[in-house]
Design a protein around this ligand. Structure first.
Ligand code: AMP
Length: 323
């Protein structure tokens, strides 16, 4: 501003020195004209100042953009260094959700994923995807799955072996529904041993069997997200009942997307009997396989959901991990 004032003052001085000397003799009209010229001069000057200021602002912006780019490159290099360090020296956090069908593994898994950022690897979900995509594995698994029988160890060991090599498993992962037999557990242990790793924590959800039946038979799923609803405990907002009090399938829609929900082919009373038999015979013995390692934490899965979530979070904290 001082430059603008100085420039106008100089021009004014040069052009109007004489009239200014005899101020009293100058008419009001002359002074008005003088004033107009001075204002016009100030206006032009202010336009060029605005241009100069805009150029300065652009230059400052360009400098700060360049600095931000350099900071970003440095931050990426630092991130890579830290990632490499953890990849080389730290074992991954490998958790297992253990429990009968309907025990709450699928409900609690996403909370753990949100808290720790680890992916939940559900062999059931992977197999269902393979079945609906009609892949060779899906074709082989389809019949066993629809009746509630287990698919072969070879198939599930293969899909988990491939999945845990993916980059999103770099910091660890949450196993859901695997292993289910001693052969699968031994194969998993052997696979992890090749990278000096082991399962670090098993959350074992215990739920009474009559509760399991009610949970499983009233369950409706959203395919895209894996979200689960329940006709009694967590009905979708859109649910309407028919005259017999049964939910109308066309009104079972996902709360977030409005897409149709579905019931799993094996979420029936008959299939559940088979699934529970196989759980007792083949899966429960895994707890004795892992218990001596001091990594099994029992969770009361029959408690209200919020209480179960709190118990899960407590079981995962470091001071509760000591054995
Ligand atoms: P889930 O969603 O965990 O209840 O699994 C659904 C179905 O997928 C099971 O009833 C089995 O037919 C099959 N399945 C999932 N995981 C395994 C596994 N680890 N071993 C064998 N079969 C499995």
């Amino acid at each position: 501003m001082w430059q603008k004032g100085a420039r106008c003052a100089a021009q004014f001085g040069r052009r109007f020195a004489a009239p200014a000397a005899g101020l009293s003799a100058v008419s009001a009209g002359t002074w008005f004209a003088l004033k107009q010229q001075t204002l016009a001069c100030e206006d032009k000057s202010s336009q060029s100042d605005e241009a100069a200021n805009a150029m300065m602002a652009c230059a400052a912006l360009a400098i700060s953009y360049k600095n931000a780019q350099e900071d970003l490159v440095k931050a990426k290099q630092e991130l890579k260094r830290v990632q490499d360090k953890y990849d080389y020296f730290w074992p991954r956090k490998i958790m297992m959700l253990f429990g009968a069908p309907g025990a709450g593994k699928g409900t609690q898994g996403p909370n753990i994923t949100n808290t720790l950022g680890l992916p939940q690897l559900s062999t059931g979900d992977m197999l269902r995807d393979a079945v609906s995509a009609g892949t060779p594995i899906g074709i082989r698994a389809k019949e066993a799955m629809s009746t509630g029988a287990l698919v072969t160890d070879e198939i599930v060991i293969g899909i988990i072996g491939d999945r845990i090599k993916e980059t999103d498993c770099g910091a660890g992962f949450i196993l859901d529904g695997f292993p289910r037999t001693i052969a699968q557990a031994e194969a998993l242990d052997a696979l992890l041993l090749t990278t000096g790793e082991r399962v670090n924590l098993i959350l074992a959800f215990g739920v009474a069997e009559d509760v399991l039946e009610e949970r499983v038979c009233g369950r409706w799923m959203h395919k895209g997200s894996g979200r689960s609803f329940h006709v009694k405990f967590a009905p979708p907002k859109s649910m309407k009942l028919d005259d017999n009090g049964k939910p109308l399938a066309s009104t079972m829609l996902d709360d977030q997307t409005g897409e149709p929900l579905y019931q799993r082919a094996d979420d029936t009373r008959e299939a559940l009997v088979k699934r529970l038999d196989q759980y007792h015979e083949q899966t429960i013995p895994l707890l004795e396989h892992y218990r001596p390692k001091g990594i099994v934490k029992e969770i009361d899965g029959g408690a209200p959901i919020k209480q179960v979530t709190t118990a899960v979070m407590n079981a995962m904290t470091k001071h509760n991990m000591k054995h």
